[in-house]
Design a binder for this molecule. Structure first.
Ligand code: SF4
Length: 360
């Protein structure tokens, strides 16, 4: 049969089963005082240890609303963990099993650059009428920047609602650091193409004319996720040629061309729900997102074909192993907690609370 593509197995550490057993023991010992949050992109073994699993929005919501747990261990990348540490109660402690797990996209915008850009925007338009929106995938100081200026945090699962929230409060959106989530959301929202402009922070006034800035409704920061911009229209055409009747879902961090060519686009929560609840046995789907999630879904639902458009791995999400999680739990009493800078925390919390309130 032409081109039956099965996901290649992800490397499983030999001592994985032993680590998982030990993690479960440690969890039982601590009972309700401990909660483990795990992002959908975590390796299968780590994901299996999560008390709550989901996308960054749902995990942050869980951190904000968990009542019994005192200790929150977050298996994800740094921006998720600092957000959880900002949203949780004062008596709760958040831990990250590997503090080196960051995000290259989050690093594409820093506070001095954003401040300079905001000032330059203010030379052309009234910034009081511009709502700053920062993607969850960003450092805490940028969330604080938004909170201080009446802005909001968005995720890929609530971006449309965040646009509604912004246009009730202002005339323009300044969206950073992911160009593609911003563009795909603006396209879906029906904003005219010439009113969506790209701000290059390396150029004066983002490389835009005063007229382009004044005419814009959505100003997008030039940043991207290398895991998702890898997917292309050609890959979609190829998988459709190889698998008759296959559906294609991609994440909104993909380019607008890739999103337009796919059948559906949505957050990891949307993708999980599609495979779990929309697909029937025998159905086929090719997915354009991080490969560990796709591999896990293919194992959990063996009666349907779930394959990656192409294998695209996030090396930062991959950093946390069951060995790291076990190590963290075995040494929790001395593990260094994640403590947000108090100067950033209050305003960052405002932007995160706006997100939670607007999405319900
Ligand atoms: S998948 Fe992309 S956006 Fe998510 S953590 Fe990895 S690099 Fe960052």
């Amino acid at each position: 049969m032409a081109g039956t593509v099965m996901p290649s197995p992800i490397r499983v550490e030999e001592d994985e089963a032993e680590n998982i057993e030990r993690i479960r023991e440690l969890k039982n010992e601590r009972g309700d005082s401990l909660i483990i949050l795990a992002h959908h992109y975590q390796r299968m073994g780590v994901h299996a240890c999560g008390d709550v699993v989901g996308d960054s929005y749902h995990l942050c919501k869980a951190a904000a609303h968990t009542d019994k747990a005192r200790d929150i261990v977050f298996c994800g990348v740094r921006f998720m963990v600092t957000s959880a540490a900002t949203l949780c109660r004062e008596d709760q402690i958040v831990y990250h099993p590997d503090r080196n797990a960051g995000c290259p996209m989050a690093d594409m915008a820093n506070l001095p650059q954003v401040r300079t850009s905001w000032k330059e925007l203010g030379e052309v338009v009234e910034t009081a009428k511009v709502v700053p929106v920062v993607y969850m995938n960003s450092d805490l100081d940028l969330k604080a920047f938004c909170g201080e200026r009446g802005g909001i945090v968005c995720t890929s699962s609530n971006a449309g609602k965040v646009f509604d929230w912004c246009f009730e409060r202002g005339e323009k959106i300044f969206f950073f650091p992911d160009e593609h989530l911003g563009r795909n959301t603006a396209n879906k929202y029906g904003i005219a193409r010439d009113q969506i402009v790209l701000w290059d922070p390396k150029l004066p006034k983002g490389g835009l004319s005063d007229e382009q800035i004044a005419n814009s409704k959505v100003i997008l920061w030039k940043g991207y996720c290398h895991v998702h911009t890898r997917f292309s229209v050609e890959m979609i055409e190829k998988v459709r040629a190889e698998h008759e009747g296959i559906k294609v879902i991609v994440h909104p961090e993909c380019t607008e061309q890739t999103v337009a060519a796919a059948d559906f686009s949505g957050s990891t929560g949307f993708i999980q729900n599609y495979v779990e609840n929309t697909m029937k046995p025998g159905d086929k789907v090719a997915i354009g997102t991080e490969v560990n999630m796709i591999h896990r879904l293919s194992v959990e639902y063996p009666d349907r074909l779930v394959i990656p458009l192409v294998r695209s791995l996030c090396p930062n999400m991959f950093k946390i192993s069951t060995g790291d999680l076990r190590d963290c739990l075995e040494n929790l009493d001395t593990w260094e907690p994640v403590t947000p800078d108090p100067a950033e925390k209050a305003f960052a919390k405002t932007a995160l609370d706006n997100m939670l309130a607007c999405a319900g």
